[in-house]
Design a protein around this ligand. Structure first.
Ligand SMILES: [Zn+2]
Length: 677
């Protein structure tokens, strides 16, 4: 499993008491902020006796929805644009909008207006009540119950945090880590690796960077351990020690803010609004789970060590982090007859895309139309020749539901992982008009070469299905309010629809619909497919422990009341066999993975949510499978019960309602390969 990220620029809004004059004159989003400001002033000016749900609470939701529509494209550009000026303007816009929101949520007259309405509120529907409660909750969490002095202090902290978070993410995106390697040092790499047009050469040396298409194959195929080691260490030093200082400053400021707001530590502040509710529940989750998974991890390690000893002839050989994928690959080949290089040949990107499209169109009653050619004339920007735009139509109603962008290949300065952006959220406006959602999938799959299409590894196919799961969560939303649209669910539930959908790439009937050899067009041979499925749990214990490490690391960063941590030592302590011993590898000195651990901004004290959501994803998948993985009825049911509802009710209610019973961990344990325990 790779670290995936969902960037929802939605829902949980940051927060301000500014007047028009405080919006910077040269801000690239000045007009949008002025428009928002005007809307806020109008809400505040309503006389007490005329205050209604619509003109106060809904009007505020309208303001947020409008501001997002007015600013989202410019704020998205730092992640995808090739133009440095456009990226700079986007970062500036991000900062100005966030600063304005920080002030907004601490703005006394607006809070008074919302409270004045809350005091007389009556006859609200459950969703309306939820919108009111969440609005009040946002104000409380932004510091409205503090004295003006303390609130001013909090404002300064929040604005500094905002600036530092932008810097942290920018340093990751701008990282240019490159490792010069000779052809000999790259022994074992498949021929197509060297055909990658992005792989630069300098004399006899290959200048290998840490983008996925250049880094991942080395971990899988390179025969030279020193090369894998060198690349792995370079990868774990991305964004440099400068970013270690930035993240430590961020963690300290988060602790100061949590303290001002009366929480024990930032983790409790962050988790309060999630399914888990507090840090103790998450700690307990890991405490129960880790011993179960450890047994499987030990078996995994044993298998890997044996494979390495066979391969190297060294009877004392140990397994290091940079060995895992290489030896998993060898075991797959030796024990399951699965050659991952061969598997790729059955997953050309276009066939995967067609397959994914057919499956989801059929399941959810949709039709996708490629409208790239007329995107610009419809006012939809295309930031690069790789960007494509699709419309999503509902077959039953003949209605256009939304649009999504695909941007599939890496390039310099582009966001380096795979993620879904919700650019526009579903929203019903007071006049009855509807904003249709717009999503963007930003991925980094290998580019096609002159004589070969882009070939995807099975892991990449899984990643693509994962992100598309987020995309449909955004597009199929039917929420009236911006606040609850699409992926605006609890952050420890948001990865459930995406991770559930990963299961489709592990089903023989599903794969039979699209896996085709890129040259011969022949379907994936049965024995190869059978081997892939049998090898699914290979290394699953160690992979789960890797996820526990990330989750516990992120959590522990946010448990110190003063935020006074040595972020490198903290990783070491978790890893150390004499310490927490979360993983079975020896720790590696001189590395500081946290400098490029992008989840620390946006998912702070929330990385655990991947495993937490996975429990529900697995349980929901069981139900989906019973109903039929390719059945339009099953799709309709899931669309109605989960996807269309967004955050209009708690995640736990959604799950119960979909399952028709209380959720359990059984399916999750089976997913980890532990059902035999
Ligand atoms: Zn995700």
């Amino acid at each position: 499993m790779t670290a995936r990220i969902l960037m929802a620029v939605t829902g949980v809004v940051a927060c301000a008491s500014v007047t028009l004059a405080q919006i910077p004159d040269d801000s690239p989003v000045r007009a949008a902020l002025q428009r928002a400001e005007t809307a806020v002033i109008a809400i505040e000016a309503i006389p007490g006796r005329k205050r209604t749900f619509e003109n106060t609470i809904v009007a505020l939701d309208d303001m947020y929805g409008r501001l997002e529509i007015d600013t989202n494209m410019i704020r998205f550009m730092p992640y995808v644009s090739t133009d440095p000026d456009e990226r700079d303007a986007g970062e500036r816009a991000e900062q100005d909008v966030a600063d304005w929101l920080i002030d907004l949520e601490k703005r006394e007259p607006l809070y008074d207006a919302v409270r004045a309405y809350a005091e007389r509120a009556s006859g609200l529907t459950a969703t309306q009540q939820r919108l009111l409660d969440h609005t009040l909750r946002d104000f409380r969490r932004a510091g409205m119950s503090l004295s003006p002095e303390k609130r001013a202090e909090l404002t300064t902290i929040h604005k500094t945090l905002n600036k530092l978070s932008i810097e942290f993410e920018k340093n990751i995106r701008q990282d240019e880590t490159t490792v010069p390697l000779t052809r000999e040092e790259l022994a074992g790499m498949p021929d197509e690796y060297f055909e990658n047009p992005s792989l630069r050469q300098s004399g006899d040396l290959y200048m290998v960077d840490v983008s996925y298409p250049q880094f991942n194959p080395i971990m899988e195929y390179c025969q030279i351990e020193q090369t894998r080691h060198k690349m792995w260490v370079a990868y774990k030093r991305r964004a440099g020690t400068g970013n270690v200082r930035v993240i430590e400053q961020i963690i300290e400021l988060r602790a100061e803010a949590a303290d001002l707001l009366g929480y024990d530590h930032p983790a409790d502040y962050e988790i309060e609004i999630k399914m888990a509710r507090n840090a103790d529940t998450v700690i307990e989750f890991y405490r129960k789970l880790r011993p179960l998974v450890r047994k499987k991890a030990l078996r995994d390690l044993e298998e890997l060590v044996a494979a390495k000893r066979r391969h190297t002839g060294d009877r004392d050989a140990k397994i290091y982090a940079w060995d895992t994928n290489f030896y998993l690959n060898r075991i797959k080949k030796e024990k399951y007859a699965v050659d991952s290089k061969l598997v790729r040949q059955y997953f050309p990107l276009d066939a995967v895309l067609d397959g994914l499209f057919s499956i989801t169109q059929n399941l959810y009653g949709l039709e996708y139309r490629d409208v790239t050619a007329r995107a610009r004339s419809q006012g939809r920007p295309l930031w690069h020749a790789d960007a494509r735009l699709y419309e999503v139509w509902d077959k039953a109603t003949g209605e256009m539901l939304g649009e999504f962008y695909l941007d599939m290949h890496p390039r310099p300065n582009k966001y380096g992982h795979a993620a879904q952006w919700g650019l526009v959220q579903h929203k019903v406006w007071p006049d009855g008009s509807v904003s249709k959602p717009v999503a963007a999938l930003v991925c980094n799959f290998a580019e096609p070469t002159a004589d070969r299409p882009s070939l995807m590894s099975h892991d990449e196919v899984e990643t693509f299905f994962h992100e598309f799961g987020h995309c449909l969560h955004t597009i199929l939303s039917e929420s009236t309010y911006y606040r609850f649209s699409g992926t605006s669910v609890e952050r420890d539930f948001v990865e459930a629809p995406s991770q559930m959908f990963e299961n489709w790439v592990w089903d023989a009937d599903v794969l039979a619909t699209f896996a085709r050899h890129y040259e011969t067009g022949k379907p994936l041979p049965d024995d190869l497919l059978d081997g892939m499925i049998r090898a699914r749990h290979l290394g699953s214990g160690m992979a789960a422990e890797r996820q526990f490490f990330y989750g516990l690391y992120d959590l522990k960063c946010h448990l110190d009341p003063d935020g006074d941590i040595d972020s490198t030592q903290l990783a070491w302590d978790l890893w150390d066999p004499a310490g927490e011993n979360v993983e079975l590898y020896d720790p590696v000195p001189e590395t500081y993975f946290q400098s490029a651990f992008g989840h620390l901004t946006g998912y702070q004290a929330g990385y655990y949510g991947y495993q937490w959501s996975l429990v529900y994803a697995c349980d929901m998948f069981q139900r989906f499978k019973e109903l039929g993985m390719l059945s339009p009825d099953a799709g309709r049911y899931y669309r109605d019960k989960i996807l269309s509802r967004g955050g209009t009710t708690d995640g736990m209610n959604l799950v119960r309602d979909y399952l028709g019973r209380e959720p359990t961990m059984d399916a999750y344990l089976k997913h980890l390969g532990l059902d035999a325990e």
